[in-house]
Structures are given as structure tokens and as C-alpha cells.
Ligand binder design. Sequence first.
Ligand code: DQA
Length: 147
Amino acid sequence: MPKILVLNGPNLNMLGTREPEIYGSLTLNDINNRLQKKAAAAGIDIDFMQSNHEGVLVDEVQAARGKYDYIILNAGAFTHYSIAIRDAISAACVPVIEVHLSNIHQREEFRHNSVIAPVAVGQICGLGAESYLAALEAAIIKLNGHD
Ligand code: DQA
């Protein structure tokens, strides 16, 4: 069975109460439950992990090598400056789909650049919780070899 890891970075554990006008009112658990249902329907194993710590996220990406077929990653603010997470993605050789709830390109200038994007398969942003579901849909299509 293919395996997907959904990895969330700093402050995403605060979803639901964190700036709902930007990030929506669903909690991370709500989003993960939706992903879990979609993955189960597609016959895919899915795991979830969230950390506020850069090194822990690096460890998770490294450990994904050989274990997961795709990573769906919202690195939060680390997206914009963590060369360590970017290098872990390059080293791990696990395809990553970068996601964001908000449209980072419409927001403050410092959010426009993603250091993750050049080493990701693609980036989905601005669709709220649907960004994650669209990323999962894309991973399923790719894992089934139908793209
Ligand atoms: C975010 C966008 C980032 O700029 C921000 O630091 C986050 C959340 C998003 O999902 O929209 O923490 O990744």
C-alpha cells in the first residue's frame, strides 16, 4: 500500500483559533480527518505529524526516505527561510508537494519566496483546507501513474 506523510510546521497546531480570517476555522485535526477519509477511500496509508521545531521537521523528512512515497508539507514560516528543510528534501529523495492555506503570493513580500518550492514537485496555495486535499488528490493520481 502506498504511504503518504502529511507534515506540518510551526503554528499550524493553532489552526481553528489562529487568525481564522486568513487560515480558516478548521482545526488541524479537522483537516487531517478529511485527508484520512480521502486516503482510505483511495487505498492509501497516511500518517500525520506536526512540529514547531525546525530540527524535528528535518528529522522527519530524513526518516521519510524509503518509508513514504510522498510528503505533503506545509512548513509554515520555515517555508520562507529554512535551507535546512530544503536540503533535507533534496537529500531524502521523497517527492514533496508544498501546500499553504493562504495565498502566500498575495500576502506580505517576505512570504512571496519559498525556498522549498525549487525542490518540491509542485506548490498548492490559497485554497484553505482544500490545498491539502488537492495535494492528496495529485499524489494519488501520480501514485496511480495516471498523470
Ligand atoms: C502558511 C503561510 C506561511 O507564510 C505562514 O508562516 C504559516 C502558514 C499557510 O499555510 O498559509 O505559518 O504556510
